[in-house]
Design a protein around this ligand. Structure first.
Ligand code: BTX
Length: 329
């Protein structure tokens, strides 16, 4: 961490109180002129800093970026987000995270970027990742659970995403099984869980999360404009991306811990309470067939239970779900 960032950290941590230039100079062992130069540098980076006469410097605005300093200051987690790999742009945070995981990155490492040129969804679909308007991230977890449990982490992540959006914006998202987070029937977040495993079990889970935050309709690719939405479009207000990411990392840690220690039962109740799918007629498109019926619930393993008209109950492990009740959005 550079001296400039140390100063930023010191100002952020003083919670809006001015910090004297002399204090900063003494603490860092540099001259007051040097402090002044670093302050100018912070201003150029987008920090709003006020000079209060006789009192010193006070931070009044943070730059709207996802840089680790802003995310980690005030972050309420023990492990998730303690290591952050931040890049301004990349092909996909999943690629970087896979690489880092192979090199031994610790549990809880987060890869964050402002824009992706090849953001990906399930089945090699494209994920539209507009610059500086969302949060595109991958979280590396190293849970001691069997590889078949990996899909449950998608459900646990969905609950964490819903809680974070609720907390920061007051909006009430819904979950469409397995991995879509919806607002007014449109997708505001996508989740992609990938796995590195061997004979010993899971080596790493790479959980990709794409949060649409401050986009306007035009910021989305034409092909997704009708199905995508952002928190700003739904709430009418710009959302602080740093706060949202902090809140998400907090709930990710809380719920993944809960899952690892106590199993899926509690999370299943939360998940079902946010779900738009359960109890509804749906069409499930799988690679080899399509089934229609009522989505009755999920099992303790996160498998969707679909009852078809002939009364048979089918366990769906992976599919695209369409709501067939037209009166609902
Ligand atoms: P999915 O396969 O469920 O959804 C992909 C589909 O969603 C696309 O085919 C398109 O129709 C639609 N879509 C594309 N972009 C958006 C968008 N920004 N908002 C709403 N709908 C969209 C979902 O896959 C999983 C997405 C994970 C994305 C994260 S971002 C960070 C990480 N890195 C990476 O490359 N992927 C993950």
């Amino acid at each position: 961490i550079t001296v400039t960032l140390k100063i930023a950290k010191r100002l952020i941590e003083s919670n809006g109180e001015a910090v004297s230039g002399q204090h900063l100079a003494d603490e860092l062992g540099i001259s007051r002129t040097a402090i002044w130069k670093h302050i100018k540098e912070l201003e150029e980076k987008g920090y709003g800093i006020e000079s209060v006469k006789k009192k010193g410097y006070r931070i009044v605005m943070l730059p709207d970026t996802l840089e680790p300093l802003g995310i980690q200051t005030g972050l309420k987690t023990k492990s998730i987000g303690r290591e952050i790999e931040y890049v301004e742009s990349c092909a996909s945070t999943q690629i970087i995270a896979h690489q880092l995981a192979q090199e031994g990155a610790p549990d809880g490492t987060v890869v964050l970027t402002e824009t992706q040129t090849a953001g990906r969804g399930r089945l090699a679909r494209k994920w539209d990742s507009a610059a500086n308007k969302g949060a595109w991230m991958s979280i590396i977890l190293r849970p001691d659970v069997a590889p078949q449990k990996a899909p449950q982490f998608t459900l646990v992540t969905a609950v964490a995403v819903v809680r974070a959006i609720e907390e920061v914006t007051g909006l009430q998202p819904q979950i469409k099984w397995p991995n879509d987070i919806l607002l007014n029937g449109k997708k505001c977040t996508g989740i992609l869980t990938e796995l590195q495993s061997d004979a010993d079990g899971i080596q790493a889970l790479i959980i990709g999360i794409g949060l649409n935050i401050n986009q306007e309709k035009d910021d989305f690719d034409a092909g997704v404009q009708d199905i995508a939405t952002s928190l700003k479009m739904e709430s009418g207000e710009a959302v602080n991306r740093q706060k949202l990411v902090q809140s998400l990392l907090f709930y990710m840690e809380l719920y993944t811990q809960m899952y690892i220690e106590e199993g899926f039962a509690m999370l299943k109740i939360l998940w079902e309470s946010y779900s738009t799918t359960i109890g509804q007629p749906v069409r499930a498109r799988m690679t080899n067939q399509t089934l229609e019926g009522i989505a009755e619930g999920i099992t303790d393993d996160g498998v969707l239970q679909l009852r078809t008209a002939d009364g048979k109950l089918h366990g769906i492990y992976s599919a695209d779900i369409e709501m067939t009740n037209k009166s609902r959005k």
